[in-house]
Design a protein around this ligand. Structure first.
Ligand code: ITT
Length: 198
């Protein structure tokens, strides 16, 4: 059974693949497909953007399609960068995004650096009229300097107090166990059995 993950982000793709490693599903991402239509993330929420990605890709390839729209919400920045997480500092550049985040939080003390990662997944299937939508989150704090080489995006700055580590110091499996994305994917797996018409 083929499922498309409507992402061009190789790191998201890796996290999805690990969870579906031993399943009956064959995952394809936008990195594996040609003639991928242009996708414009013009929505004003994670859900709207995930729907745009899922619908654009599902209509083109006529296969069950999951889209992930995700980001970082920082309390002291009133929820920013939020849906603009990928392009916070201009273009899609993790190092520049992290530098900007640290600058914006300059002087903010540890107890006011709370944040969450959030993922909204939209699963759209040609044979189902409605989408399946789930969300996953993980809470943490923004560190004052980056640590760790794993993961991507804001992971080196996302500190998990219970583990005493940043997300970038976790292995792929450890990240998937606690992350917004891992949680959302497992929720989706539970719900889709009652929903999907293959
Ligand atoms: P696709 O739209 O092709 O899936 P994208 O990277 O543009 O890829 P988003 O629009 O959902 O995806 O932006 C998500 C951004 O949020 C991502 O680029 C990171 O900056 C950040 N982000 C999301 N999940 C993250 C994670 O698990 N760890 C670190 N940063 C994350």
């Amino acid at each position: 059974k083929e499922i498309i993950i409507a992402t061009s982000n190789p790191n998201k793709a890796k996290e999805f693949r690990r969870i579906f490693d031993e399943s009956e599903f064959e995952l394809k991402t936008l990195l594996d497909l040609s003639d991928v239509p242009e996708i414009r993330e013009t929505g004003s929420s994670f859900e709207e953007n995930a729907k745009i990605k899922a619908h654009t890709v599902m209509k083109k390839f006529n296969l069950p399609t999951i889209a992930d729209d995700s980001g970082l919400e920082v309390d002291a920045l009133f929820g920013q960068p939020g849906i603009y997480s990928a392009r916070y500092a201009g273009d899609h550049n993790d190092a520049a995004n992290n530098a900007k985040l640290l600058a914006e939080l300059g002087g903010v003390p540890a107890e006011k650096r709370n944040a969450r990662f959030v993922t909204t997944l939209v699963f759209s299937n040609p044979k189902n009229e409605k989408d399946l939508v789930v969300e996953g989150e993980v809470k943490g704090q923004i560190a004052t300097f980056p640590q760790g080489d794993n993961g991507f995006g804001y992971d080196p700055l996302f500190y998990l107090p219970e583990l005493g580590k940043t997300m970038a110091e976790l292995t792929l499996d450890q990240k998937n166990e606690i992350s917004h994305r891992g949680r959302a994917i497992r929720k989706l797996e539970k719900e889709w059995l009652d929903w999907i018409n293959w």
